[in-house]
Design a protein around this ligand. Structure first.
Ligand SMILES: Cc1cc2nc3c(=O)[nH]c(=O)nc-3n(C[C@H](O)[C@H](O)[C@H](O)COP(=O)(O)OP(=O)(O)OC[C@H]3O[C@@H](n4cnc5c(N)ncnc54)[C@H](O)[C@@H]3O)c2cc1C
Length: 538
């Protein structure tokens, strides 16, 4: 049976952004948190490095701002960067008060008491962490507190389908209950999208299965603008093995002298950058991509086996064990690796309080475009963004919400015209096709020709998927595919619109950065609808 629920605030997503927002909301509000993957942890859980924040006297908000803007290749919104950097200390202290087990340092080394590491792009040590499993500690801390709160109800088996909006206001959403397969109606005064990124649109990704860009697609369908979708961050080295999903091979292996090799054993990074394997992430990822495309090979190799077995086992115990599960002994043989989609810099456009274009709809975390990352994300700034904007949105909601306001009646989900699908193969095939052509045509190195080809394919897929969606009962795979094809189109159209190479966007047609560049690539659903579907320029 389909059920109608009513809450003051409905949060879609239970990663760091969603759970932090829930905890920052006043305990007087009735809050629902929806999570679509009961058996799988979100991206937040897998974060290894940590969270950036200015915590030491020799560091400063100015310096964090300068570093972020430099990494963002000139496209960051300085006021947002400053706001985020300025709020970092308080966010870390909030987490510490909740009991987050940060790795501590001796007082004579660090004033703050936290152990700080330094990561790429940061000119200071400013990354707090919980050993090498910061995300797990963060999720467990937030989850424990959410469970203690009487005003928060977590729906672990609900996948949001679409937002419901009336007269330019968001008033609720439909969600598929994966347990009984019914579509429930959630009515809410305020809705927060905290659905994470969209890296699953690519064949290879470091993200868990849930990163299918649902929030971006739902907001787009509801009329919200999205920005900077061309900037997808690729991690250079993910384990390549048919059974190994999303396993990152840390950059520390290259830091310790690991060499990148072609299938015939030749080293190649010296042809791309004088820093060879230690060049920045995007350069290494681009070089690997170039060589794989040139040779038509499935992967390249990362070799650390010339170091002693004892050294490898003590420095990289997790990677050693994990690779051994796939019969790869990294003390004796090179590791097959591919670059993998890692982070979605663009997303739903929001203001400094996380508000989208649609009244009552907010977006926080990786789903949102705040202006913080610009054309490239600086390491460990993303969890900071989750925390800071979750609080900003919660604070805004606390001042704006009117719990006495009568909510409109919402229609139930109509399934009278649809039947059970007998052609699941169509969905499976389209999933595979979409992720493969996104990888081949819209990946790390782009050209106009390949982007146009990919756009053409999204048009074909979209009509097939929409027809399927109109005729059959919804399933999680179909819902995600329907969202992925929207995200794919947004990435392609944004990439076509940027006539230069900048940050994470590299195109052979415009290999240089341009002085006459657009600051953000903004796509507006209203404007796009008026154009012929196959016209590439925005
Ligand atoms: C391997 C890895 C390592 C990383 N390391 C770091 C790091 O060290 N530091 C750093 O700052 N960042 C790091 N990042 C990036 C960072 O982890 C993410 O940007 C951040 O966790 C995103 O948090 P989020 O809450 O926005 O989304 P997520 O944590 O991805 O959570 C999204 C949630 O939304 C739910 N959801 C999605 N769609 C729906 C739907 N339709 N209905 C219901 N629920 C839905 C999902 O199930 C999930 O619960 C890393 C990412 C990865 C993948």
């Amino acid at each position: 049976m389909s059920t109608h629920f009513k809450f003051d605030v409905i949060i879609i997503g239970s990663g760091a952004a969603g759970l932090s927002a829930a905890l920052h909301l006043p305990a007087t509000l009735k809050v629902a948190v929806l999570a679509k993957m009961p058996s799988e942890q979100p991206s937040s859980y897998w974060a290894q490095g940590g969270i950036s924040a200015v915590l030491e006297p020799e560091d400063s908000i100015d310096q964090h701002t300068v570093d972020t803007i430099e990494a963002g290749a000139g496209l960051c919104d300085e006021s947002i960067v400053r706001f985020c950097a300025g709020a970092g200390k308080q966010s870390i202290e909030w987490l510490a008060d909740l009991g987050m087990p940060f790795t501590r340092d001796r007082q004579e080394i660090s004033d703050s008491g936290f152990h700080l590491t330094r990561e790429g792009g940061h000119s200071r040590r400013r990354v707090v962490h919980a050993a090498d499993a910061t995300g797990r500690a963060l999720q467990e801390t937030l989850q424990a507190h959410v469970l203690e709160r009487d005003n928060i109800r977590v729906f672990n088996h609900h996948i949001a389908i679409d937002l419901i909006h009336q007269q330019q206001k968001c008033v609720g959403l439909y969600a598929l209950n994966r347990q009984d397969q019914h579509v429930d109606v959630f009515k809410g005064r305020k809705i927060i999208l905290a659905t994470g990124g969209a890296a699953k649109v690519y064949l290879y990704t470091s993200n868990p299965d849930g990163s299918t860009g649902d929030g971006i697609a739902m907001a787009w369908r509801a009329g919200c603008r999205v920005a900077n979708m061309e900037f997808i961050q690729f991690h250079p080295t993910c384990l390549y093995h048919p059974e190994a999903k999303s396993f990152l091979i840390t950059e520390a292996i290259r830091g310790e002298g690991g060499k990148l090799l072609l299938p015939d054993g030749e080293r190649f990074m010296q042809r791309f950058d004088e820093r060879t394997e230690l060049a920045p992430r995007d350069i290494v990822a681009r070089a690997i991509d170039h060589e794989m495309k040139r040779l038509g090979s499935d992967c390249v190799y990362l070799d650390i086996s010339y170091k002693s077995s004892a050294f490898i086992k003590s420095h990289f115990p997790t990677i050693y064990r994990r690779c051994l599960e796939y019969d790869i002994d990294i003390t004796r043989q090179p590791i097959p690796v591919v670059p993998a989609a890692h982070y979605t810099c663009g997303g739903v456009m929001v203001d400094i309080d996380g508000r989208t274009d649609l009244e009552n709809l907010y977006a926080v975390g990786e789903v949102a475009y705040t202006g913080l990352h610009g054309a490239n994300r600086m390491a460990s700034n993303s969890l900071l963004e989750c925390l800071v904007f979750a609080q900003a949105a919660a604070d805004k909601i606390a001042t704006e919400i009117d719990t006495a306001e009568t909510l409109p009646l919402l229609e139930r989900w109509d399934e009278s015209q649809v039947t059970d699908s007998d052609e699941d193969i169509v969905v499976a095939h389209n999933w595979d096709e979409l992720r493969r052509f996104m990888w081949d045509y819209v990946g790390i190195v782009r050209t106009n020709k390949r982007l146009e080809r990919a756009l053409h394919r999204t048009e074909l897929l979209k009509s097939e998927i929409n027809e399927y969606y109109g005729n059959y009962k919804v399933s999680p795979d179909l819902l995600e595919l329907r969202n992925l094809v929207v995200v794919a189109e947004l990435i392609i159209r944004s990439a076509l619109a940027r006539k230069e190479s900048r940050g994470l966007h590299f195109t052979l047609d415009y290999p240089d950065t341009s002085d006459n560049y657009q600051s953000a690539t903004i796509l507006d659903p209203g404007q796009l609808k008026q154009k012929p579907a196959k016209l590439a320029s925005i």
